[in-house]
Write a protein that binds this ligand. Structure first.
Ligand SMILES: [Fe+2]
Length: 194
């Protein structure tokens, strides 16, 4: 867990600490560690020519497991730790909505895709299918409608697909430092905080 209060001056260090301190934690029933998973999601985004915002949202999408009172393991023991919300609120003072909103929506995007795309469920890992019910399962027509009105839906789906792909034990990636310069560039200055 991250006890220190985040500021503009220490947030990137704190994010880096998540990668170094919790990097070796297993990723909830997957064959990759938490750090490998987030780095793979970002790296695959970069290789696929995704925008900076999508790459960085992919890099950070699961940090909420550590910015949370509920540790990641609770998700496997039957409680939704709502890591998408804790990541978004932890990072929102420091990064723009193009990064924050796809992170906030990456679980909703799974629920949305399972509902509207009959093939999508087959692309999910068993652990992702297992957590789906806990996270709300399929969407109602009203939830689908609300999701489709969200201006960040497309970016959230892009991040979601990278999340689903970033689970390959044989894929090597650059380390956190590779993405750090870009992360620094997207840090909001004091004037344009949300
Ligand atoms: Fe993830």
């Amino acid at each position: 867990m991250l006890n220190q209060a985040p500021t503009k001056d220490n947030i990137i260090e704190m994010i880096e600490a998540v990668f170094t301190r919790h990097g070796a934690d297993s990723y909830l029933g997957e064959q990759v560690t938490m750090a490998q998973h987030m780095l793979q999601a970002a790296w695959l985004g970069e290789l696929q020519g995704e925008s900076d915002a999508v790459v960085l949202a992919a890099l950070l999408h699961d940090v909420g497991h550590y910015a949370n009172k509920l540790p990641p393991e609770v998700l496997m023991s039957g409680t939704d730790n709502r890591h998408q919300e804790s990541a978004a609120s932890w990072l929102a003072p420091f990064f723009p909505a193009e990064i924050i909103e796809p992170i906030r929506l990456h679980v909703a995007a799974k629920r949305y895709l399972v509902t509207v795309d009959p093939d999508y469920r087959n692309q999910l890992s068993q652990a992702s299918i297992d957590s789906l019910a806990l996270q709300g399962g399929m969407m109602s027509a009203r939830e689908v409608h609300e999701m489709e009105a969200n201006p960040y839906l497309d970016m959230a789906i892009r991040v979601r697909r990278l999340d689903d792909q970033g689970k390959d034990p044989s894929l090597t990636t650059p380390d956190f430092g590779h993405f750090k310069v870009r992360l620094d560039r997207w840090l909001l200055s004091g004037d344009d905080r949300q």
